[in-house]
Design a protein around this ligand. Structure first.
Ligand code: NAP
Ligand code: MG
Length: 484
C-alpha cells in the first residue's frame, strides 16, 4: 500500500534545495497504515533566518522588480503546473494526510483555482483618488508588506497554501512557508511546481519543521512583516503574542463548532447530503466542519433517521482506496477523538448511528467509526468543543430565537448554514448569526474561492480568500500632492 518510494526531503531556501542546517530529520507516517512514509528535513532557527533573508533578497531583486501583470503570469503558470499534476498531488495527500483520493484531487483543483484567481487579480488591485482640499491631489497605492510568514496545519495543506500564498504572492510579497509536521509532501511538491513555473528564487521558501522550533522562530523573526496562521486556538494565541513583539499584523484562521440550522419547512432532500458531508469530509478534520446540526422539533426524528441511514452506509478505508472516510491524521488525534466518544457514552448520550469499520483495515492505521450523536444538550462538551473528527451532534430547537441562541452559544464563530424556504427568516437569521460566513440552502458553496472567509470570536480574525485577502496582504500608502 505504501506506493511512494521512501524519500528524504530537503528545505527550499533562495531557490536551492538543501539539508536542514542542523542536519536533523523526522519521520513522516502514513495514517492509513501507520508506517513510515518519508524522512523530512527538520528546519530550525538557522534555516528560518536564512529563509527570511532569502525572501528579503527576492524583494530587493528580481521578484520585487516584476510588474503586477508579470506576477500574475507567474501565478497562472503555477496554476497550470498544479493542474497538470493534480493526480500526483492527490496521491501524495492520500499517503501523507490519509485523505481519500477524490478529496485530495478536489484540494489540488482548489489550489490551482486559487492561483488562477489571484493571478488574475494581481494587476487589478486599485488605489483611490480622494476629494481633498483645494490645491491638493490625494491618492492611495497598495503596496506589498514585505516578507510574509505562512504557518499551515495538516488538514488541508493544498487549499490553505493556495489561499494564503496565492494572495500574498499576487500582492508582491515574498513568502516563508512552514508546513505542518504531520503533512509536508504536497507543500514541497508545490514548491517544485512553483520553481518550474518560473517563480523567482526566494519568493517562496519552505522550512518544514516542528511548531515549537521552526514555527516559533518564524513567528518572532524581526524580518517578517505579516503572519498568516491557520491552526488551533491555543497556538493562535501564541502566534498573536509573538507577533506583538515585532508589532506586525496577523491573520488567524482558527477552529470552529459550526452549526447548520434545519427548519421544518426546509427541503430535506436537498439538505441531507450537505448535513452529513460537512461532518465527515476529511474525516471531520475540517475547520468549517458542520459539527452541530440544529433541527426544528417537527422534523427532528426524520432528520436524525435519514442522517443515520447515510452514516451506516459510509465506507471507511485506506485513503488510496478512495473511501468516503479515511483515517485520522495521527495516533494522537485518534486518541483525542476517541476521548469524546467515551465521554458521549459515559454521559449516556444517544448514539443514533455509527459506521462500521471493515475487518481488513490495515492494523496500524488511525481509523475511527463516524458517529452521529442525537439529542445533545447544547451545553454538553460534545456540543461545545471542537472535536476535529467524524462526529456530529444533532440538537433540537423550537423556534428562531432558540436556534440563534444555540447557534451563537459557543466560543467559536466561523461558518453557519440555514435551511429554510422562508426567505425573510433566512436573511433575518443571517444577520444575527455570529460568524464569518452564512450559507443559505447550501453549505460551503463548493469551496467558494472568491468568497472572503474567516472567523469571529475564537475562530480568529482577518479574512482570507476572495479579493479581501489581497488587502490583508498589503499596506495602503496615501500620497498628498500640493499644487497650484
Ligand atoms: P496547530 O497545532 O495549531 O498547528 C498549526 C501549525 O502551527 C502547524 O504548522 C504547527 O506545527 C504550528 N505550530 C505549532 N506550535 C507552534 C508554535 N509554538 N509557534 C509557531 N507555530 C507553531 O493545529 P493543528 O493541530 O495542526 O490543526 C488543527 C487545528 O487547526 C484545529 O483546531 C482546526 O480547527 C484548525 N484549523 C483551522 C482552519 C481555518 O481555516 N480556520 C483550517 C484548518 C485547521 P506542527 O505541525 O509542528 O505542530
Ligand atoms: Mg500540530
Amino acid at each position: 500500500m505504501n506506493a511512494v518510494p521512501f524519500e528524504t526531503t530537503e528545505v527550499l531556501i533562495a531557490g536551492r534545495w538543501r539539508r536542514a542546517a542542523g542536519g536533523r530529520t523526522w519521520l513522516l507516517l502514513n495514517p492509513s497504515d501507520g508506517q513510515p512514509l518519508a524522512e523530512i528535513a527538520r528546519a530550525d532557527a538557522a534555516d528560518v533566518d536564512a529563509a527570511v533573508a532569502a525572501a528579503q533578497a527576492a524583494l530587493d531583486g528580481p521578484w520585487g522588480g516584476l510588474s503586477a501583470t508579470e506576477r500574475g503570469r507567474v501565478l497562472h503558470r503555477m496554476s497550470a503546473g498544479v493542474l497538470g499534476q493534480a493526480d500526483e498531488l492527490a496521491r501524495l495527500e492520500a499517503l501523507d494526510v490519509g485523505k481519500p483520493l477524490q478529496q485530495g484531487r478536489a484540494d489540488a483543483l482548489a489550489l490551482a483555482r486559487y492561483l488562477e484567481f489571484y493571478g488574475g487579480a494581481a494587476d487589478k488591485v486599485m488605489g483611490q483618488t480622494i476629494p481633498f482640499a483645494n490645491g491638493y491631489t490625494a491618492l492611495t497605492w497598495r503596496e506589498p508588506l514585505g516578507v510574509t510568514a505562512h504557518i499551515v496545519p495538516w488538514n488541508y495543506p493544498m487549499q490553505i497554501i493556495g489561499r494564503s500564498l496565492g494572495a500574498a504572492l499576487a500582492m508582491g510579497n515574498a513568502c516563508v512557508l512552514k508546513p505542518a509536521e504531520e503533512a509536508c509532501l504536497t507543500a514541497l511538491a508545490f514548491a517544485r511546481i512553483a520553481q518550474a513555473a518560473g517563480l523567482p528564487a526566494g519568493a517562496l521558501n519552505v522550512v518544514p519543521g516542528l511548531g515549537e522550533e521552526a514555527g516559533a522562530a518564524l513567528s518572532v523573526h524581526p524580518g517578517v512583516r505579516h503572519i498568516s496562521f491557520t491552526g488551533s486556538v491555543a497556538v493562535g494565541r501564541q502566534i498573536q503574542a509573538a507577533a506583538a513583539r515585532n508589532a506586525v499584523p496577523v491573520t488567524l484562521e482558527l477552529g470552529g463548532k459550526s452549526p447548520q440550522l434545519v427548519f421544518a419547512d426546509a427541503d430535506l432532500d436537498a439538505a441531507l447530503p450537505f448535513l452529513v458531508n460537512a461532518g465527515i469530509q476529511n474525516a471531520g478534520q475540517t475547520c468549517s466542519a458542520a459539527s452541530r446540526i440544529l433541527v426544528q422539533r417537527p422534523v427532528f426524528d426524520a432528520v436524525v433517521q435519514r442522517m443515520a441511514e447515510r452514516y451506516r452506509a459510509l465506507r471507511v478505508g485506506p485513503a488510496l482506496e478512495d473511501p468516503d472516510v479515511g483515517p485520522l491524521i495521527s495516533a494522537r488525534q485518534l486518541e483525542m477523538v476517541r476521548g469524546f466518544l467515551d465521554l458521549a457514552q459515559a454521559s449516556g448520550l444517544h448514539i443514533a448511528a455509527q459506521a462500521a469499520l471493515p475487518e481488513e483495515l490495515p492494523a496500524g492505521g488511525f481509523y475511527l467509526p463516524p458517529t452521529l450523536v442525537a439529542g445533545v444538550n447544547p451545553a454538553h462538551r460534545i456540543a461545545q468543543d471542537e472535536i476535529f473528527g467524524p462526529v456530529q451532534a444533532v440538537i433540537p430547537f423550537d423556534d428562531d430565537e432558540q436556534a440563534v441562541a444555540i447557534a451563537n452559544g459557543t466560543a467559536y464563530g466561523l461558518v453557519a448554514g440555514v435551511w429554510t424556504r422562508d426567505g425573510s427568516r433566512a436573511l433575518r437569521l443571517a444577520r444575527r448569526l455570529q460568524c464569518g460566513q452564512v450559507f443559505i440552502n447550501n453549505y460551503g458553496a463548493g469551496g467558494g474561492i472568491e468568497l472572503p472567509f474567516g472567523g469571529v470570536k475564537h475562530s480568529g480574525h482577518g479574512r482570507e480568500k476572495g479579493f479581501e485577502a489581497l488587502y490583508g496582504f498589503s499596506s495602503l500608502k496615501t500620497i498628498a500632492i500640493k499644487h497650484d
